[in-house]
Design a binder for this molecule. Structure first.
Ligand SMILES: NC(=O)c1ccc[n+]([C@@H]2O[C@H](COP(=O)([O-])OP(=O)(O)OC[C@H]3O[C@@H](n4cnc5c(N)ncnc54)[C@H](O)[C@@H]3O)[C@@H](O)[C@H]2O)c1
Length: 305
């Protein structure tokens, strides 16, 4: 058996095309243009790459983007005042503050300063509480993207056993809430779980979000499982030769031993090209959602998650 490879790039491409058409129809109907503000603090190279690709995708979808870059010496008070300005700016429907923030800034204070109806990352306490209690909310982009891939792959998720490895506020924990809401039986493993393999072996659905390369072994997987690999880990790739500095070149891998898992799983996402593209598409989706909600309009049916 060789697992089906779930093509996140293709799925994200289709979703982004629909979003682009929807945004263009808003403009044609004179309803205005959704706007997304992205705030970056400091010069973390990975954050700069993420922000660039988010802004590029935003513009490609016809969504107006507002990019704001602060030095890592910005004070918390100045950052909070800036978020407040974005909260009241009618051209801005979604606000994203790229994480991580420098150590002197209280991340939760900044996230919770974002107006909940502009919180397109879904990290504000109000949205977290809404998701946990089954009320409409913004859903964090990565778990939302994983859910869309799972629904397309498996249809109804009711009654399936799902094991999530990792329980961060950004990925694992909201993923567990979402799968519970979809009537799965949810098992959660974290770094202190004594036998993560025993939990994974029971799962029809595995979501790997630990940030540990190759953590999920093929013999942990139940034959026929659907595997969503969220992990993005940069590892040495001596097979690619040496970089200019003489160190081995590197490559990105997930948390699952992908090559071996292919022989056991029914379907699996690759890294790269699986969950990552869906995360960006879901940010655009949440921005359109914010635009519609703020205008008192329902989100177009073609964009239903
Ligand atoms: N594809 C995407 O769009 C996307 C988005 C966000 C994060 N990520 C990636 O997903 C991974 C997780 O990100 P995060 O922000 O949730 O990380 P995090 O470090 O905040 O959380 C990691 C979680 O994994 C658990 N964990 C760590 N080691 C473990 C082990 N050996 N066994 C079981 N559980 C273990 C920890 O307890 C924690 O709950 C990272 O590789 C990150 O780069 C990808």
């Amino acid at each position: 058996m060789t697992a089906r490879i779930i093509d996140g790039r293709e799925r994200a491409h289709r979703l982004r095309a629909k979003i682009k058409d929807t945004v263009s129809s808003f403009k044609q109907d004179g309803l205005g243009t959704p706007g997304l503000a992205v705030v970056l603090v400091g010069s973390d190279p990975a954050s700069e790459v993420y922000v660039r690709s988010k802004l590029r995708a935003t513009e490609e979808a016809g969504i107006q983007s507002f990019s704001h870059h602060f030095e890592d010496t910005v004070t918390q008070a100045d950052l909070l005042a800036f978020v407040e300005r974005l909260n009241t700016d009618p051209a801005v429907h979604g606000i994203l503050v790229q994480l991580p923030l420098p150590a002197h800034i209280d991340k939760l204070a900044v996230i919770n300063a974002i107006a909940p109806d502009k919180d397109v990352d879904g990290f504000h306490l109000e949205n977290v509480g809404r998701l946990a209690t089954g009320q409409p909310s913004f859903i964090p982009c990565t778990p939302l993207g994983c859910l869309m891939l799972l629904r397309e792959e498996l249809g109804d998720l009711r009654g399936r056993v799902a094991t999530i490895v990792g329980c961060s506020n950004i990925v694992g924990h909201p993923m567990a809430e979402l799968l519970l809401k979809n009537e799965c039986t949810v098992l959660i493993a974290h770094e202190y779980t004594r036998d993560t393999g025993a939990l994974v072996r029971q799962a029809d659905i595995v979501v790997a979000a630990a940030g540990v390369p190759g953590l999920i072994k093929a013999d942990w997987l139940k034959p026929g499982a659907c595997v969503i690999d969220v992990g993005i880990n940069r590892v040495a790739a001596p097979e690619k030769g040496l970089a200019d500095d003489g160190a081995p070149k590197t490559k990105l891998v997930g948390d699952v031993d992908f090559a071996a898992a292919l022989a056991v799983a029914d379907a699996i996402t690759p890294v790269p090209g699986g969950v990552g593209p869906m995360t960006i598409a879901c940010l655009l989706l949440n921005t359109v959602d914010a635009f519609c909600t703020q205008a008192g309009r329902a989100k177009p049916a073609c964009l239903a998650a």
